[in-house]
Design a binder for this molecule. Structure first.
Ligand code: GLU
Length: 316
């Protein structure tokens, strides 16, 4: 990978004010791309119309800039040669790529509702996920002879072929996922017409030229789904870096509803240099939370310092 085509991205959902964990992910993503001379883009993942708000997207931009994490492409208004990068404005692109899969016969209409899925005999995995039972599959294997109209008021579900997806995560190392067994056929567009995260992310990462993805390790299994989809389209998957989730003192993962460690509060307590020091310490980039600067962090950055743990507890 040469510096000219290395491109990282940060892809937050504007469903609340960012918290310490979101900022840790943003910092690692920025450092990874910038320490090797790459570009960094910001994509607002506002697919969920009920929960996404423009004012949160504006606060995301403001918080990133306050810490000095500037982007080369994307954001709400667009920056650089391309953009804006707002998923709510990209439905036509997702429709085109879904159409290609429908034409290739790999997608079928699904009328299962959540309660149907939960009540079937499908295996429930330890983390509560349900493996799709195949209830709506028109036949055990594709091609499925369906037209675009068959998807009115029904979800579009992608057939997952048997086989193992192998890839190496930049933090968690080699991964081997039997997608058909661990996840099953998955949704690309919901019955209400909303685009599924997997399709939108894959199309966006490929079309935006993203070569590395940094995000929370709760999305580790999603990487296998995304690699599967990337390969279906003939795209080269990016390098994934899944990072530990930041948890509060009681071991609970931070969420945007907890206000104590959100950026509104953190900006009152810390200067940008102090918060950088705290974040660097949380991410394993320095031993103590001494105030620091982006140039100092850039010169020492290495992914090998970031621990391959599912969570990191902070007492902040
Ligand atoms: N939009 C997702 C989030 O905010 C992240 C998705 C991704 O990075 O692939 O949790």
């Amino acid at each position: 990978m040469t510096a000219e085509n290395l491109k990282g991205r940060f892809a937050p959902s504007p469903t609340g004010r960012m918290h310490l964990g979101n900022m840790a992910t943003a910092l690692l993503s920025w450092l990874s791309a910038k320490s090797r001379g790459g570009r960094w883009l910001l994509r607002i993942e506002d697919l969920d119309p009920q929960r996404s708000r423009l004012e949160y997207a504006q606060l995301i931009e403001d918080d990133l800039q306050w810490l000095g994490l500037d982007w080369d492409e994307g954001g709400i208004d667009g920056r650089g040669s391309a953009g804006p990068y707002m998923q709510s404005q990209r439905g036509d692109i997702y429709a085109e790529y879904l159409g290609r899969l429908i034409e290739s016969g790999d997608v079928y209409p699904c009328s299962c509702r959540r309660k149907d899925l939960l009540s079937t005999q499908a295996p429930h995995l330890a983390d509560g996920r349900v493996v799709y039972s195949g209830r709506c599959r028109p036949a055990p294997t594709p091609p499925y002879n369906v037209s675009r109209n068959d998807f009115d008021a029904r979800a579009a579900r992608l057939y997952v072929a048997p086989g193992v997806i192998d890839y190496t995560d930049g933090v968690f190392g080699p991964q081997s996922v039997d997608l058909a067994r661990e996840c099953g056929d998955f949704i690309l567009r919901r019955a209400d017409g909303a685009w599924a995260y997997q399709l939108a992310v894959v199309a966006d990462d490929a079309l935006m030229g993203v070569t590395e993805v940094t995000r929370g390790c709760d999305l580790l299994l999603s990487a296998a789904q995304q690699i599967y989809l990337m390969r279906r389209f003939g795209w080269q998957p990016p390098q994934y870096y899944h990072v530990p989730l930041v948890c509060n003192e009681s071991g609970q993962r931070l969420c945007k509803r907890d206000r104590a460690l959100d950026m509104e509060h953190l900006r009152r307590r810390f200067s940008a240099a102090q918060l950088l020091g705290e974040l660097a310490c949380i991410c394993g980039l320095q031993l103590t939370p001494d105030a620091t600067s982006l140039p100092a962090l850039l010169s020492n950055f290495s992914w090998s310092s970031v621990p391959a743990r599912s969570s990191i507890i902070t007492a902040l």
